[in-house]
Design a protein around this ligand. Structure first.
Ligand SMILES: Cc1ncc(C[n+]2csc(CCOP(=O)(O)OP(=O)(O)O)c2C)c(N)n1
Ligand SMILES: [Mg+2]
Length: 682
């Protein structure tokens, strides 16, 4: 925490001057080469541009109290925050211009600034910062560090559900996070009076039993004092606070914004109350700043900004092929090795739910950065018993029951993993991803890429999938394609206990986000029917299975069936029946959908000449489509008949058992389809 000494005040003033110079310079540059003026793609500075001139006190007044290893998470309007946090100006300017020397080597741009060295990130998604800063604060608390985190958001962002979920979570868990609302009174064209039911967002703190202060009139000194108290409180472990700063947006929402929604007089009035001019006057009045020193500060700032922009303009663009890099932190080795054959056998058959528990427990034992959170995962042990017994071993801090706030706790995993934790998040049912999809597909999946490889999210998102027990359309989906379609997510889908354990350990140890799906019908739960073949020998010691390596569950020569999860076992049952008819079926279980072991599938089809994909996900635009496309691209000439797929026929999953059996692939349907395919020839 800083005291307002002359040196600290001068430093803060200089940072504000530098921010303003940066924004003014970027603004001028933005319009260069743009014809017409609002041509978003023209000139050296492409894309959208949201500038923060006028909002300097909210940035500098708070961040002045932070250390380099504290975390700041910002928004689409974040240059001022990044500069206050100490980001390198040359790399910042380069990133804005999409250059190789940029923070993310041109992969993020102005709305997605990442700098791991000063622990700064921001997002173009309004309201995303709240849970992420909350998660980083959770990481610090779990590790016993005294770091704090600051989440920034606008008056508009304070109406997102994430804001309220995060406040509840942070207050409940007494996390060292400060929620700063930059109230510039506008969310694009919508005035706060038309979007927010309360006059002051700081009053919302009452609902969560935490302090909330409102700083009127963009007053740097008042922000500084309020932040000092909030940071002190957070560092002492006393929990979160809200600081709402009434601030001014000098320019439009974005550059090119004609601002027809706000009166010109408002802008003129704001300019008259320029916060930097007011700080300067105050410093001069206090005798802390002379006109001479002020000139030097302005000159220094101008020089630094000019140097950064010139550096960025002169810097090279990245090699276009770099667009393909950084999707994942690690990929399977290029060396392909033959797949495992058959289901594991041995003297230790373990149901899948126990294999998952065992894997998590062993990794938690080995690595203190691993922790689990989700709904009902503590004393209850997870509704699929996947976390049973963990709380007794590791306690409620590391086996953390959460409120029903999927956005907040998945976002928290994003934030916690960015500072070195390895969260396992239990989402209960895959169907619930809708409540947190933004954190999954815009952040968890993309941050590694957008940060040019700086931010890693080693998060395991585990969840149950599948139907067959009349839980209907919102509790029975498989959704493999939904996840697999998003670049940056690995997708794991074990079909048996042995694979479940080895894949879980690999997922936890890897540096990429992994969606870990388990089928309810393979878990081996006493209250849910399951095939005996899902319960396999599972060694007691920890072991890994590389992601991207299929298993040939059964060898055959007439027909290849590719199946995942419960469908592997239905295919096995079907294969037994077909064998009696003299049809020899080979079954390939990809085990991981992303990365997909294409080669094992292709090799199998080359051998059998026939392909049937059995998929419990929806039929169209699916993993089954992808597998067939892969085979068509690589082994079309080997096919002796058109490939087929058996999947849910693009309907939601119905409730009534007779209806449900009609849409989900059954053993009978697999037999029927395979028989007909076996007979088929071009
Ligand atoms: C989830 C989401 N919804 C909508 C948008 C489009 N959008 C970008 S900025 C913005 C207004 C944000 O207002 P506020 O939070 O007050 O921040 P300010 O722009 O005033 O700094 C909107 C609606 C978005 N980027 N993300
Ligand atoms: Mg606003």
């Amino acid at each position: 925490m800083a005291e307002l000494t002359p040196a600290v005040a001068l430093q803060a003033y200089e940072t504000m001057v530098k921010i303003r110079k940066f924004e003014e310079t970027v603004r001028d540059l933005y319009y260069e080469g743009k014809k017409p003026l609002f041509n978003i793609a023209g000139g050296p500075l492409p894309g959208e541009m949201h500038l923060a001139a006028g909002q300097e006190p909210a940035a500098v007044g708070v961040i002045a109290h932070l250390r380099k290893d504290d975390v700041v998470v910002g928004t689409h309007r974040s240059h001022h925050l990044a500069i206050a946090k100490g980001i390198d100006l040359r790399r910042l300017a380069s990133e804005l211009l999409g250059k190789k020397t940029g923070l993310s080597r041109g992969k993020g741009g102005h709305m997605h600034l990442f700098d791991a060295t000063v622990r700064f990130s921001c997002s173009g998604i309004v309201g995303a910062s709240w849970p992420q800063a909350t998660g980083a604060a959770l990481a610090f608390k779990l590790r016993g560090f005294d770091n704090v985190t600051v989440a920034y958001g606008g008056d508009g962002a304070a109406n997102q559900g994430t804001f309220h979920e995060s406040l509840n979570l942070a207050a409940l868990w007494k996390l060292p996070v400060i929620f700063v609302i930059e109230d510039n009174k506008w969310a694009i064209s919508v005035p706060k009076s038309k979007s927010t039911a309360v006059t002051r967002n700081s009053d919302r703190a009452v609902s969560y039993g935490i302090p909330g202060v409102f700083i009127p009139d963009n007053d740097f000194f008042a922000v500084f004092e309020a932040a000092k108290e909030a940071v002190e409180r957070a560092r002492k472990g006393l929990g979160p606070s809200i600081i709402e700063v009434e601030t001014y947006r000098f320019y439009g929402h974005f550059e090119g914004d004609p601002q027809l929604y706000r009166p010109k007089e408002e802008i003129e009035e704001l300019m008259k109350k320029d916060p930097i001019v007011r700080v300067r006057e105050s410093l001069i009045k206090r005798g802390w700043l002379t006109e001479e020193e002020d000139r030097r500060i302005v000159e220094r700032s101008e020089k630094e900004v000019k140097d950064a922009i010139e550096f960025a303009l002169a810097a090279p663009y990245p090699d276009p092929k770099e667009a393909l890099l950084d999707v994942f932190a690690s990929l399977p080795s290029q060396e392909w090795s033959p797949p495992d054959i058959g289901l594991p056998t041995g003297e230790r058959p373990v149901p899948m739910y126990k294999a998952i528990q065992e894997a998590i427990a062993q990794e938690m034992e080995r690595d203190p950065s691993v922790f689990v959170m989700g709904e009902d995962i503590g004393v209850y042990g997870g509704i699929w018993s996947e976390t049973a017994g963990l709380i007794e071993k590791f306690g409620p801090e590391r086996v953390r029951d959460t409120p029903i706030s999927e956005s907040a706790f998945v976002g928290a995993a994003v934030g916690a993993s960015a500072v070195g934790m390895r969260p396992i998040v239990d989402l209960m049912f895959a169907d619930f991803i809708g409540a947190t999809w933004d954190q999954i597909f815009n952040h968890l999946a993309k941050d590694h890429y957008m940060s040019g490889g700086q931010f890693k999210h080693p998060v395991v998102l585990m969840m149950a999938v599948g139907g067959g027990y009349s839980d209907a359309a919102q509790h029975s989906q498989v959704l493999t394609a939904t996840f697999a379609h998003v670049p940056g997510l690995k997708v794991v889908f074990p079909s048996n206990s042995y694979d479940a354990k080895g894949l879980m350990i690999s997922a936890i140890r890897g540096d990429d986000p992994v969606v870990y799906l388990f089928h309810k019908g393979t878990m081996g739960l006493p209250w849910m029917p399951y095939p005996e073949t899902a319960i396999t020998h599972t060694p007691p010691e920890p072991y890994t299975i590389p992601l991207g390596k299929a298993r040939i569950v059964r060898e055959g020569k007439d027909l290849t069936i590719v199946a995942m999860g419960l469908m592997v076992h239905r295919a096995l049952e079907a294969a037994e029946i077909l064998a009696k008819e003299g049809i020899s079926v080979e079954i390939v279980d990809p085990r991981t959908i992303v990365p997909l072991d294409k080669k094992t599938i292709i090799n199998s089809v080359k051998k059998t000449g026939k392909l049937l994909v059995v998929d419990e996900d929806y039929l169209s635009f699916s993993v089954s489509s992808e597998i067939i496309a892969t085979v068509a691209e690589n082994a079309l000439e080997y096919l002796k008949a058109p490939p087929r797929r058996l999947a849910v026929p693009d309907t939601p999953i119905p409730f009534s058992p007779v209806l449900e059996r009609f849409v989900i692939p059954t053993v009978e349907k697999i037999v029927e389809e395979a028989e007909s395919l076996a007979k088929k020839r071009y």
